[in-house]
Design a protein around this ligand. Structure first.
Ligand code: URA
Length: 290
């Protein structure tokens, strides 16, 4: 990209290339939004204060209101999202997750939960794929573009690599169950924030508890860190058995390994993931043979 002088007009092609390299690959609304037109109206244009319905209530100054219909190309108004703290949203997620006694109920509770902002930019809830009775459950980080479109985890390029890795140890999507820590695609595939992870954590923890796999595979650092309660990096964690303990105290052996998207960028490390998958195969044989 060439350096633009402060007075030059922005080059649209360069700007789009910059957005694309920053991961901004999708418009969130059909129509562009003129953010300048959304500025708060001048005091004289403010709505008059409504007469207090309860004379005991202290009078508050009128709040400036935005009239979406006055903004050119404004998207249809969404119901206001109440300002509830992240902690309160995480508490609500915990309540909803623990109230689910089946995977179908959990999916239903997640689809009605509005406490994670990622839901509002995602196209679909990406709940799971595979066999809920499987002995192996794999957990990734968060859906990407293809997963968001299809509503299924690991269906893009990294999913195709994952399928080949599973096939190498005799497994496929009929014999494993796959989900993500975060079930909604972060816009532009950005890294989920720690708050978003904390809000979504109860759902994946309950999902693991309901599937009751014999073995858990953490695909990548974020899954390992979230579900194994560690801050160690994935290159140190991978290849060593850890434990995931469910809310009801069940201990599930967990193998942290490298994320397929990382392996696509770093093919020299595929041999490490191969070793980890062989460990999983051996553990399954030991746990399931009579
Ligand atoms: N990466 C993930 O972590 N999960 C998916 O579902 C796809 C890509």
């Amino acid at each position: 990209m060439t350096a633009a002088s402060p007075n030059s007009r922005p080059d649209i092609a360069e700007l789009l290339a910059f957005y694309a390299s920053a991961g901004v690959d999708e418009a969130l609304e059909d129509a562009p939004v003129n953010r300048f037109a959304e500025a708060a109206p001048k005091p004289a244009e403010r709505m008059p204060a409504a007469a207090p319905s309860d004379s005991r209530a202290p009078e508050r100054p009128a709040q400036p209101r935005l009239d979406a219909s006055a903004v050119p190309n404004a998207p249809p108004a969404r119901p206001p999202i109440s300002a509830v703290s992240d902690e309160a949203q995480a508490a609500l997620a915990r309540e909803l997750a623990s109230a689910a006694s089946t995977l179908d109920e959990l999916r239903q509770h997640m689809s009605t939960f509005d406490g994670c902002n990622l839901k509002f930019t995602a196209k679909n809830l990406v709940f799971a794929d595979g066999n809920p009775d499987a002995s192996v459950m794999l957990v990734g980080e968060a859906p990407g573009r293809d997963e968001d479109i299809e509503g299924l985890p690991f269906v893009g390029r990294s999913g195709r690599l994952l399928d080949r890795m599973l096939a190498a140890i005799g497994l496929d999507r009929t014999s494993v169950y796959i989900a993500n820590v975060i079930p909604w695609r972060p816009p532009g595939n950005r890294t989920p924030t720690p708050h978003e992870t904390e809000i979504c954590r109860p759902f994946i923890e309950r999902q693991i508890e309901l599937v009751k796999p014999k073995v858990l595979v953490n695909l990548g650092g974020p899954s390992a860190k979230t579900l194994l309660n560690t801050s160690e990096g994935i290159l140190r964690l991978r290849g060593n058995w850890r434990a995931h303990t469910t809310a009801s105290g069940v201990v599930i052996p967990a193998m942290p390994t490298l994320h397929p998207a990382y392996l696509l960028r770093t093919p020299a490390h595929k041999k490490l993931a191969w070793r980890d998958f062989l460990e999983v195969k051996a553990k399954l044989r030991a746990l399931t043979s009579p």
